[in-house]
Design a protein around this ligand. Sequence first.
Ligand code: MOS
Length: 766
Amino acid sequence: MTVTEAPSLPRDIGGKNVGRPIDRVDGPAKTTGAARYAAEYPYPDLAHAALVHATVSRARITAVDTAAAREVPGVIAVLTHENAPALKPPPAVSPLNLSTLVSGTSVNYLGTDEVHWNGQPVAVVVAESLDAAREAAALVRPAYAELPAIVDFTAHEDEAAPQKGNMIMPGGARKGDAEAAVATAPVSVDLRFTTPPYNHNAIEPHATTAAWDGDRLTVHDSTQNIDWLRRHLALRFAIPLDAVRVIAPYVGGGFGGKGMVWAGTIIAALAARATGRPVRLALTREGVYRTVGGRTPSIQRVALGADADGRLTALVHTSVTRRGHVGGGPEQVTSQSRHLYDAPNILLEQKIVELGLLSNTPMRAPGESIGTFALESAVDELAGRLGLDPIELRMRNEPSRNPIDGKRFSHRMLREAYALGAERFGWSARTPEPGSMRDGRWLVGMGVATAYHPSLQFAANVTVRLSADGTVLIRCGMQEMGMGVATAQAQIAADALGVPFTAVRVEYGDSTLPVAPGAGGSMQTASVAASLLAASEKLKRSVLALARRTGSPLRARRPEAVEARDGGLWEKAGPGETYAAILARAGREHIEVAVGADRGVGAAVGQARFMGKVLLDRRRWVKAACGAQFCEVRVDPDTGEVRVSRWLGSFDVGTVVNAKTAASQLRGGIVMGIGMALSEETLVDPRNGRIMNPNLAGYHVPVHADVPPIDICYLDEPDPTMPLGLVGIGEVGITGVAAAIANAVHHATGRRVRDLPITLDRVLPG
Ligand code: MOS
């Protein structure tokens, strides 16, 4: 594994493609239907599967009546814990070992008579058709001996235990005496906020097509992480790693919900093994709610103290979230509060309570999405108490170093983001008094909030092959779930190697490719770019060496004296030649280099070394994407209906590789934030832990009519410590959104809503 330094910035590699709004290369395949998703792989002899879900929250299964199900024509098998082949149990989760965190739950599906949550799969039907499988699944009758379960989050808030931090997610923190400083501050707020559970609703519900060939398993799966999934399947089915192939070139959205390995994937592979048939298991929308974790609910307290000039003297942010007995984990709800305000006294505390529910799991900006709601609402309230403009209050408290520990920011342009956003949005037209702006009968409000998401990097392996016809092939087991990764990496490679964008092809989404990080944590692009730039440099050197050996006019000895451009290598203002000419003279069909493409022990050691370096780097620098969210709402004074009428997001996201896909990512985050703020909410029955609205009729995601035109602008300044200056854009877009809306609703109406979602009943007076 080659460990790469942060490579040169886009200007240095030409910048011809990086930054441009190039259409995504997979666009035509997706719009014409040629792109094949996990549930679309045809196999001769393919069988279909449907799950049976428990209807109690905690129990032992005493019997399963499968007689009626087995009589449905076309049914091949009904598998329960009584007859399913045994699997190795999931490995024990250790926060020190990331690869043990991949299992969505610790349940040994169909290998135990224990029920741990309401909705846990307790049987699977395999049939010749999907209809037969679903009909039969509805006829399976499990009998239970029920056990007491604790499922009500708000009733058990007091039992929450302090949460420890880990390598990636910090826990609590303390500087000075924040409680005392709040108590004595001339101006203060001390507020409680709640956010409900939310569920993942990707366009493509989770799906798996699994096929065995002897002891070899091929899985087409809607996953965000082919490498984790491959390792997990090898472990559970006790077969060598190389006997598992995971193929996932197209994934219809993930947002964190496809990062872990969930029941559907395991059971599909199990059913295929048991029946000797390739099996497709496409979850219903309800099936996703019942078997895939969502975002934890939260209860948060934010207390702020300030002097009369609006300088913060204290910041307190505490949170309670939940996990399941069988999995899930902490969320870094107070993470942004370590970084955003320069208070001399800070107290951050995160607690977690364990319940008899399905595990929680990451969902776009886990932590910061809900954490910024509380913090940024509280800052807005404090601005009101102080009689200060909410942007001005933020600017007065903008730190020059990381508030909690004095570390340096690698890059931070929040001031510039606010200035740019305020100008483009027309913030100066806002009259500060709540209820003072109207448009006909609508009350109009304008709100702002800060967006923040930390920046991370993982080790990635790539190979780059240059062919005699001048084309370039990049091979990397990264993931595409809609963001346009192949397009972005092709842009980077085209500039680094001086070839046209159209000459670059990218292979991804297959576990036979060099291992790369999954799509998550807003880190894939930077992680892969680092290795791709290193590989491009290596390739340039190899081509130069080859050219010199074969009598090229290139006389330069040092690669630094040579530029990659116009499809070849050229001395600065001197001779050069095309790659095609060099390879032709050498009689080579292609030349290929690898960065870190080793497997086995070498890869593990390389990975550990790389992560060590990343973590060391994090001890020196605070790295993040940030931004300013501006919104305008219209509120109906009689019904309390809230409509978002304008949006502008102004971001500091480092280098922007593709202006079109980047804006899409940020817009998508904002749309998801609008849903989080106004309409989305998973309803859990407090008596039995059953999700009551597991469908798009009962769980309201925003539709086009709910979303105004969204103006995106960004500063496009590279982060000097990150590969290509990239800091990641997948998650920052959702952060700050709910607070901006709550702040705008307050500005429109004078009503302060501290409990999400901001529904009509909460907006209307008492
Ligand atoms: Mo994400 S919530 O890192 O897919």
